[in-house]
Each structure stands twice: as structure tokens, then as C-alpha cells.
Design a protein around this ligand. Structure first.
Ligand code: RP5
Length: 153
């Protein structure tokens, strides 16, 4: 994530990865405040064996965009809800990556963070039957938690 202030959003991704027992790390890497950290992280990503990078940022696309430019590891972008424009700026800048360097873009906020993690798990599950079973179970549990009728006060 680009800032400590993104953690309330991005913890939704970490919670999904924890629930599905997928090893992951959580880092603050700011494209404009720590550009050298960004380059070092991206340049080492493939050789460290990272399978995906979920990049949450508010206001601009430069964190997910530059990560994607610097590594072939797939980058999943999460637009964080910004103070000024409620995340529309984040969404449009990340989703509108110019041709040639893709960033898969998810919904604004915690829903997008959770879905980015679920999407990464679904991709990893293609080569990991145990994870596929855990993901199936997670989805079954979600389905079973939905009541047929609403509680009415
Ligand atoms: C972006 O600027 C971060 O991703 C964050 O969403 C936004 C605001 O950062 P802070 O000013 O709260 O550190 O780089």
C-alpha cells in the first residue's frame, strides 16, 4: 500500500489471505515518498517468488502502475477511497493504464481489496488443489451465511 492510511482498506485483502492460509507480506511502498523502495521491491519481486502483488493506492495510479512497469509479476490494483474525490480519482487512474502495462483493477475500497485477494487466490488455486478446496469451502460458507429472508425489526 502507498501509505499507512491505506491499511484500514487493505486489511480486507490481508484478512482474506489469512482466512485462506495464503502466505503473504504487507508493506508500505510509496511511489512518490519512497521511490527507491518501490524500484527495489519491484525489481526483486520475481526472483523472490511473488505470485501476485496487490497494490492499494489513493488518488493516483503511480504505485500499481510503476510496479507493473518494473516487474512481470501480475499487479492487482485497489483504488483506495481518497478524501478529495472519494476514490473516483484512484479508480479512473488505475483502470485507465495505457496499453502495454496492465493493472487488473478492482472496486474502490475494502470490497475491492477483498476481491483482489479472492481473485489472486482463484488464480493460485489453478495449480494448488489444497487452496482450491479451501476457496470452495470459503465460498460455501459465504453462501450458507445468506438468510433467505431479512430480519425485520
Ligand atoms: C497515496 O496517497 C496513498 O496510497 C494514500 O491513499 C494517499 C494519501 O496518503 P497519506 O497522505 O494519507 O499518507 O499515495
Amino acid at each position: 500500500m502507498g501509505s499507512q492510511s491505506d491499511w484500514p482498506t487493505m486489511q480486507a485483502a490481508a484478512a482474506v489471505l489469512d482466512a485462506l492460509a495464503v502466505p503473504h507480506e504487507v508493506k508500505i511502498v510509496s511511489a512518490h515518498r519512497t521511490p527507491d523502495r518501490l524500484f527495489a521491491y519491484a525489481e526483486a519481486a520475481r526472483e523472490r517468488g511473488l505470485a501476485a502483488i496487490i497494490a492499494g493506492a489513493g488518488g493516483a495510479a503511480h504505485l500499481p502502475g510503476m510496479l507493473a512497469a518494473k516487474t512481470p509479476v501480475p499487479v492487482l490494483g485497489v483504488p483506495v477511497q481518497s478524501k478529495a474525490l472519494s476514490g473516483l480519482d484512484s479508480l479512473l487512474s488505475i483502470v485507465q493504464m495505457p496499453k502495454g502495462i496492465p493493472v487488473a483493477t478492482f472496486a474502490i475500497g475494502a470490497a475491492g481489496a477483498a476481491n483482489a485477494a479472492l481473485f489472486a487466490c482463484a488464480q493460485l488455486a489453478a495449480g494448488d488443489p489444497a487452496l482450491a478446496e479451501r476457496l470452495d469451502r470459503w465460498r460455501r460458507t459465504q453462501t450458507e451465511a445468506v438468510a433467505e429472508e431479512p430480519e425485520i425489526d
